[in-house]
Design a protein around this ligand. Structure first.
Ligand SMILES: NC(=O)c1ccc[n+]([C@@H]2O[C@H](COP(=O)([O-])OP(=O)(O)OC[C@H]3O[C@@H](n4cnc5c(N)ncnc54)[C@H](OP(=O)(O)O)[C@@H]3O)[C@@H](O)[C@H]2O)c1
Length: 342
């Protein structure tokens, strides 16, 4: 090959490479733009979810775990408002009885309650759930119950009981409850005269979205729910059941120990309203199937991290570590002050 021919071949190869790089850039830009447009549409423009498709005001039941406080109590109230009968499961009977009376009077619905300690992975609990739900036309399950660490703690210093409780409540019990309730939803949907769909929402967390040092067990347990819930979504699609993992950054509650709301921290009412109004959209979880991050500031926060440094990056991990280290230091100082007072 002459020198001139060699130069021509090299320049063709270079041009081809330029075209590949250029096309790849265009593809990246277009897909980013589409995700961004979809995010904004999901958060601010799409119509609210119509719960009639899940059997609202048609005698259908919604089952909610961890229903007596915080986010679960709001799911119960807002589903009652939409016309669902309820099965409320949680630990404290007195709180459940108060809610039962309130919802039955206010919304003229049927409410069944079950007080069990879900951290006890015993057959009796699951038999009780099966019994209280049997024969009911259930179309909705909200896997809300969850437990985190009492304060941020290095994994090597985490008490065995805390590890066991987190895994039992967040994972084992959530899976077992779903194995009991999902077939009931499948049956209701199959047998119903009207074409209703089923819905299973499971509470995820930014703790599971972003690996979180000093909350390692909680972080792992919520990350497990992401893969499990997405897999289940694929399996139950053909049965007309929508399965969604719901991601949330902080919300004011007993678990978060945060009382004051802010731009980044809604109260349970605001969070659940955003969730129920946008079932079927992804919000901040644009690149994840069957996953939603519905609250607007959480969604924008997730979108920016996912589209830039990434949730699994070293930088995000070390920022998260510093943040939880300082929360732990504050919590330990408070515990020392309280101990002194007593
Ligand atoms: N709050 C946040 O910042 C945040 C952020 C991301 C994700 N989440 C997730 O959202 C979900 C709800 O959290 P939350 O903040 O609303 O919690 P919460 O205010 O502490 O409420 C927890 C609910 O679960 C019940 N519960 C707790 N342990 C139980 C057990 N062993 N057996 C039966 N019921 C039990 C509680 O019942 P009793 O009232 O009877 O104890 C209560 O009704 C959790 O899955 C959590 O991981 C929360």
């Amino acid at each position: 090959m002459s020198f001139a021919e060699q130069v021509q071949t090299d320049s063709c190869a270079f041009n081809a490479l330029l075209w590949v790089v250029f096309s790849f850039g265009i593809l990246k830009f277009v897909s980013f733009t589409l995700r961004y447009v979809s995010l904004i549409a999901d958060l601010f423009f799409l119509p609210k979810t119509n719960f009639k498709k899940y059997g609202a005001k048609a005698g259908s039941y919604a089952v909610i775990s961890g229903a007596s406080d915080g986010i679960g109590k709001e799911y119960a109230g807002q589903l009652a408002q939409r016309g669902f009968n309820l099965v409320l499961i949680s630990r404290t009977l007195s709180k459940l009885e108060t809610l039962q009376k309130e919802f039955e009077t206010k919304y003229k619905i049927q409410v069944r309650i079950l007080a069990i300690d879900i951290s006890q992975d015993v057959k009796e609990n699951y038999i009780a759930i099966k019994e209280i739900c049997s024969e009911l036309p259930i179309t909705v399950l909200i896997n809300n119950v969850g437990r985190s660490h009492s304060i941020p703690v290095p994994f090597l210093e985490t008490e065995e009981q805390e590890i066991r409780d987190i895994i039992t409540i967040n994972n084992t019990a959530t899976l077992m409850i779903t194995q009991i309730i999902a077939p009931m939803i499948v049956n209701t949907v199959k047998r119903g005269n009207k074409k209703h769909c089923g819905l299973i929402l499971t509470m995820g967390s930014f703790g599971g979205l972003i690996p979180t040092p000093l909350l390692a067990t909680y972080s792992g347990s919520k990350s497990f729910l992401q893969a499990w819930s997405n897999s289940l979504a694929g399996e139950l699609k053909s049965s007309n059941i929508d399965v969604e993992l719901v991601n949330s950054y902080l919300v004011t509650s007993a678990m978060s120990k945060i009382r004051r709301t802010s731009v980044m921290i809604p109260n349970p009412r605001q969070f659940v309203k955003a969730t129920l109004n946008s079932v079927g959209t992804r919000g901040g979880s644009q690149n994840r199937f069957a996953t939603m991050t519905p609250y607007w500031s959480h969604a924008l926060y997730q979108f920016v991290i996912s589209e830039t440094i990434g949730v699994y990056s070293k930088l995000v991990n070390s920022i998260n570590y510093s943040m939880h280290k300082s929360i732990r230091a504050r919590a330990l100082r408070k515990a020392a002050r309280d101990a002194k007072k007593n």
